[in-house]
Design a protein. Sequence first.
Length: 221
Amino acid sequence: MLAVSSNYWLFVFLVFLVCVGEAVFIAGLLVPSLPILLLVGGLITQLDLPFWPIFLAATAGGIVGDAISYWIGYWLKDRVKTVWPFKNHLPLIARGEIFFQRHGGKAIFIGRFITGLKAVVPGIAGMLGMNWGYFTLINTISAFVWAASHILPGMFLTQWLKSIGLSLELVIIFGTIILTVVFVVLHYWKRILLFFAPWLGGFGRTVQERYGKPAEGESGH
């Protein structure tokens, strides 16, 4: 904790890098930005760190990451589907194309908040030739909202935990558990639903049919 306070600007730079990484075409699937930024919000409250440099670093990282994705898609076009690592995620790219064609420019804003899609929609915007200026406008606005929606809840949660008298150590432990649960639920909700499907009756059968899981008693996994 003291290392964060004594290396504040390095911490700000690391926040920027995380936010760039989570937005880069496909690579963003590997960066768990939600729990990291919620924890960042908690550290801001706990250590009384300056808010604005961290918030602006997160926002700038989101903007830069999406811009990188746009240009990857713009320059590669349909070759994206034949180049590693993109070719390993063709179903997700196809889903992103449908989402973008359905929502147009709004897909840039909405997609930033949807697990999986946020790592492909900006690249698809480039692939399909979306106007750069229009893309940048939506990219910038959505990045401000996205950064706030990830950092502020961590700040509020930490403040609430402090208000009920939890020690710093308990805040860290409790916060880590909550963030881990949130991350797991958001990223693996389909697998969780499929796991419990056999006990959910008709709803469970609907879940199995929709997400390709064979019903209980059928062959396959």
